[in-house]
Design a protein around this ligand. Structure first.
Ligand SMILES: CC(C)(COP(=O)(O)OP(=O)(O)OC[C@H]1O[C@@H](n2cnc3c(N)ncnc32)[C@H](O)[C@@H]1OP(=O)(O)O)[C@@H](O)C(=O)NCCC(=O)NCCS
Length: 388
């Protein structure tokens, strides 16, 4: 079963007539227009829907069965080209879709250097087309709720898949990020010249293999003035890609040869790091409410950022120094302030907003605190509003 694509010129009367016959003789249940009429097809042909500056169409020719369908490539002058693939009813259900999509992908990337991604959208329930996208290594990028109009009925969802030029060229599949990017930065510190030699011997291969990982966004290992120390900066699309990198490295020659060398790394973006960030902020908040801490100006000063501002219950604006002094005078007496309705929002890699209801010495107030937790928790802003 060989598939070839034959250029279709919709302005040519023979091609136009053949296309019209094909589109009106077959049903396309997952297209917005399932049964186009001859008049509608003629209108589209005149309107440049099938052939134009940015549109190319091809007959799909099967070595054994002849002409089995048509594929349209839209927006071929843009960075993102789009596909519309239609097999004749008699050719469906027999595994033709995937080789045709591969041929269309080869055509678009070979003939149009500006195209860096090739995209297709279809109805969420067009399972054959979705499977064809997956068989060809395309990746689902979007799910548009109510995105596909249906004549006389509620719209249904549509889905978008794409393949990147670089994946097509390398035969890889880059996953779509499902969470925040994970970054690692720090230093690789050798204890002696023998360790440094092992790094030098394996580094080039390690860098090349890591950069070839589909989830790697960037990977830099640079020498420093100290010949025993390298600076490391890594960025992966998400936590799954970062974990896959760790597994590959552990089993690699680099992993084995450099296992004993000291690493001083900071990793950001992993779910467990986010949990640790939130836990650290709550622990610091609780600590700051402890009367014995509040009475200690050194400890309060350590927990408040130099730029700290508080909007107090009376509406007064307090600076860090003013709060440190006031708490020393009146640290409070309730040994167990109680927090309820606790909520948090992570606002950045190091920053978290806490809100809660506080019962402190029989007074009830709503509190919000903004904490930056790198390297240690420091409160940037606090506000308290009395309840009732
Ligand atoms: C969509 C289309 C291109 C698919 O090509 P095809 O060659 O008919 O696809 P197949 O029927 O061989 O199915 C492809 C895969 O989907 C699976 N599939 C098909 N229908 C399915 C269903 N209802 N549920 C689950 N899987 C299904 C098949 O089992 C096959 O997977 P497998 O190879 O792992 O077994 C073709 O049917 C077509 O042109 N349809 C009309 C136009 C259209 O809808 N175009 C899409 C617009 S972009």
């Amino acid at each position: 079963m060989g598939i070839s694509l034959t250029r279709l010129d919709a302005n040519d009367p023979d091609d136009g007539a053949e296309l019209s016959a094909f589109l009106t003789a077959n049903g396309f249940p997952f297209h917005v227009r399932a049964h186009p009429t001859t008049a509608q097809v003629a209108h589209d042909l005149r309107g440049g829907v099938w052939t134009g500056d940015e549109v190319e169409s091809y007959w799909i020719d099967d070595d054994d069965e002849g002409r089995i369908g048509v594929v349209r490539l839209d927006d071929v002058a843009d960075a993102t080209a789009m596909v519309d693939l239609r097999l004749a009813e008699r050719a469906r259900g027999r595994g033709r879709g995937a080789p045709v999509l591969r041929a269309a992908t080869d055509q678009v990337f070979s003939a149009h250097p500006a195209v860096i991604r090739f995209e297709g959208q279809t109805r969420v329930d067009n399972l054959a087309m979705r499977r064809v996208f997956e068989q060809c290594g395309w990746v689902q990028e979007a799910h548009y709720r109510n995105g596909w109009p249906v004549a006389g009925a509620e719209p249904v969802a549509s889905v978008a898949y794409s393949v990147l030029r670089r994946d097509w060229a390398a035969g890889t599949t880059t996953p779509v990020p499902r969470g925040p990017a994970v970054t690692l930065s720090g230093e690789l510190r050798c204890a002696d010249a023998a360790q440094a030699e092992r790094v030098r011997a394996h580094l080039d291969e390690h860098v090349a293999l890591t950069r070839a990982e589909p989830g790697c966004l960037s990977f830099e290992v640079s020498p420093t003035d100290d010949e025993l120390v390298w600076r490391v900066a890594e960025r992966f699309v998400d936590e799954a890609a970062f974990d896959a990198h760790q597994r590959r490295v552990a089993a690699s020659a680099w992993g084995r040869e450099t296992a004993g060398i000291e690493r001083s790394y900071v990793i950001r973006g992993r779910a467990r790091d986010v949990e640790a960030l939130v836990d650290a902020a709550w622990a610091a908040e609780q600590h700051l409410l402890d009367p014995s801490v509040r009475a200690d100006p050194h400890e309060v000063g350590r927990l408040l950022d130099p730029s700290f501002v508080e909007f107090g219950q009376s509406g007064r604006r307090w600076t860090r120094d003013e709060i440190v002094a006031a708490l020393q005078e009146e640290p409070g007496t309730d040994p167990l302030p109680s927090l309820s309705e606790k909520e948090h929002r992570v606002l950045g890699p190091d920053t978290v907003l806490l809100t809660y209801l506080l019962r402190f010495e029989d007074r009830l107030s709503r509190r919000s605190s903004l904490w930056r937790c790198d390297p240690a928790p420091r409160c940037l802003f606090h506000q308290g509003t009395p309840v009732g």
